[in-house]
Each structure stands twice: as C-alpha cells, then as structure tokens.
Design a protein around this ligand. Structure first.
Ligand code: ADP
Ligand code: MG
Length: 352
C-alpha cells in the first residue's frame, strides 16, 4: 500500500458533482502534480486532502489509516493555498515561526528551525521585513517556509506560482524541486500549466471534468497518451481524424483520413480513430523519404521563426494543416514552398 491512497472519491456541491470516482496512490517522497484545465476539480481534490471539504463518498488513507474525517489541524499537512496569505503585521521570521508557536515549541528550537528554513528559501537577510516589503516571489518563498517548518507529512500547493511572471516562475520551479530533493517531503502540487507540471513532477494526474483521466510520468503522458484529451492537453500535437482499415502489406493496418494514408504495424482494432503526430517527429524536406518512412507532399502556408527552430504550418491531403518543427540554421522555407513531410509511422500513435 502506498503512503497516500485516494480511494473512489465522489464529491457533490449540492446537486452538482465536482469529482467522479477519483482514485490515486502517492508514494512517500513523491512529487505529484494535479494538472487540468480550470474547473476540472483540482482545488476540490486538494481541499479534500487538506480536510477543508468533506468527501461525499470514498476515503483517503495515510500509512493505511483512514484520515477522511480528521479535521485539518490533525492532519499535519503544510499548505500553500491561494488566499492563504501571510500575516501582514508579522515579520518574515514571525510568519515562519507561527506554526511552531502554535505547537508550543521552545524558543531556542524555534530560532534554529526558522533560521534553517530562511536559509533553505534564501531569505536569511529578510527575516525582519514585513511581507509588504517583499516581492511576490519572495512572499511565496516565505509561504513555502511557513508550510514546511513544522516538518509536515505532506505539502499541498495550489497554483503557488500562477501570479508570478514567467521568468520568476521558472526560477521558483527550480527552487521548489531542489527543496523537494533536500527535504524528501511528499509534495502534491496543483497547476493548469503543463510545462510546470512536466518540469517538476515525478508523476502527473491529468484531470478533466472531475475525473483523473491519466496518471503517469511526464514521458508516458507525452509519448503514450491514452486519450485524445491528454494528447491535446500535453504538448503540441497534430490530431488527425480518420479510420483504420486492414489490407496493408504484411498484414499492416492503414490509417486514412483527410486524404492522407499511413500504413502501420499495430494491433489497433479497425475503427474510427485519431492519429497523433508530434511536430518534432516530422521532418520537413525537399525530397520524399526513402523506404520505411511515410512521405506526404504539401505546401508551406505559414512559418514562425523562434531562433533555434521554425514552426511550420503545411497543407497536405485535402487541405489538412500539419504543424511541424524544422531546423532553421540555414534558412526558412518560404510560404508556398512545395515540401515533403517525412516521418516514421511508429512515431505516430492511434487513439480511439
Ligand atoms: P479547479 O481547481 O480545477 O479549477 P475546482 O475544484 O475549483 O476546479 O472546481 C471544480 C468544479 O466544482 C467547478 O465546476 C466549480 O464551479 C465547482 N465548485 C468548486 N467549489 C465549489 C463550491 N464551494 N460550491 C459549489 N461549486 C463549487
Ligand atoms: Mg483551482
């Protein structure tokens, strides 16, 4: 049994159901992220874990013990929530010391622990400032220190970086990962930002409309999404509607749709299907590829140059637009250029 077991949770707000049969297990020391669009149930699940919202049915086990009905203060979890602000009238030191004072810890021990946390979040010089005298990123680091100072069993974070600008967000992500590695505490983070989720997490639970639709590593979500929703939400992909029929050479199946045809070795059942093709798995060339690859003739309709590479939109088949990345060291294909999109069928994926 894992450290945290979330088992068959349903949650109703009045008549409206916010969570549907949600289950997941979290190992001790893991960094797990709940990722999903706004309204998918992430905050609801986090509040249930924290003890702020009761479950309608189902349970949460920690080390095999049912904690579903324990009040928040008995769970010993650290929280960095939106609206769970710092105490404005207290110094940074006193904000971080607060959870230890509540626990009636001795003065010297408090001083030692707070100093260690200030060091960890690199705010030792700011111990005597008030929150209003800190930047947004510094305030978030104080909130993090306050949530970790009492050595919680679990740290819950609800979009802790959403209010920060991009550069600061990336720095803080890096810092949060380091802190996680240093302390070995179990972290559950909520975000709607798939890049943030992929950079930081051991595993990601992708949520949609109150359900966990896939729970896996970033690699598996990206390379082996189970549904069209996950393929679309994680990274950039071409999703091509069509159908799968038999009749290829050597028993291959054939995907066809929008005037393109992709023979592939797969045991995917013949049916309506979506072909997922990542832009970086396609090369844009002036010649068709040799044996063993698929080549689609097309015309460049748009390009966006970003220095390290170019993103092209190429019209193929019956007018279908395919996104493809190309190296941009020696120049960029002009709009109207006649090109071939070459890829290996095994780099694409059929989705039901
Ligand atoms: P997320 O954090 O993924 O954006 P939430 O968990 O906040 O999603 O919300 C999930 C669903 O539950 C939404 O449809 C939202 O409107 C609804 N909801 C959230 N909190 C409440 C509440 N206190 N009362 C009624 N409905 C709520
Ligand atoms: Mg939320």
């Amino acid at each position: 049994m894992a450290f945290i077991e979330i088992q068959n949770i349903n949650k109703f707000y009045g008549e409206a159901q916010a969570l549907f049969d949600v289950s997941a297990s979290i190992e001790k020391g893991e960094f797990v992220t709940l990722l999903g669009p706004s309204g998918s149930g992430k905050t609801t699940l986090l509040k249930i874990l924290a003890g702020f919202e009761p479950v309608s049915s189902g349970q949460i086990l920690m080390d095999g013990r049912d904690i579903s009905r324990l009040p928040p203060e008995k769970r010993n979890f650290g929280l960095v929530f939106q609206g769970y602000a710092l105490f404005p009238h207290m110094t940074v030191f006193n904000n971080i010391a607060y959870p230890l004072r509540v626990r009636r810890m001795g003065k010297e021990e408090i001083a030692t622990r707070v100093a260690a946390m200030l060091d960890l979040v690199q705010l030792s010089k700011f111990a005597h400032r008030k929150p209003s005298e800190l930047s947004g990123g510094q305030q978030q680091r104080v909130a993090l220190a306050r949530a970790l100072v009492f050595k919680p069993d679990l740290l819950l974070l609800d979009e802790p970086m959403s209010a920060l600008d991009k550069k600061l967000r990336v720095d803080l992500q890096e810092e949060l990962r380091e802190i996680h590695q240093t302390l070995g505490t179990t972290f559950i983070n909520v975000t709607h930002d798939q890049e943030e989720a992929m950079h930081m997490s051991d595993r990601i639970a992708v949520m949609n409309q109150g359900r966990i639709v896939q729970y896996a590593t970033a690699f598996d979500l990206y390379r082996h999404p189970k549904t069209r929703f996950v393929a679309d939400f994680i990274g950039k992909s071409n999703l091509i509607e069509g159908e799968v029929t038999k009749g290829g050479v050597d028993g291959e199946i054939i995907f066809s749709g929008h005037g393109i045809r992709v023979p592939m070795k797969s045991d995917f059942a013949t049916a309506q299907a979506t072909l997922m093709l990542r832009p970086e798995d396609i090369s844009i060339d002036l010649q068709p590829a040799g044996q063993g690859q698929v080549s689609l003739a097309g015309e460049v309709v748009n390009s966006t140059y970003s220095g390290d590479r170019a993103l092209y939109s190429v019209r193929v088949g019956d007018g279908l637009l395919i996104s493809v990345y190309g190296a941009a060291r020696t120049g960029i294909h002009a709009n109207g250029a006649q090109v071939f999109l070459n890829f290996r069928a095994e780099d694409s994926l059929l989705l039901p």
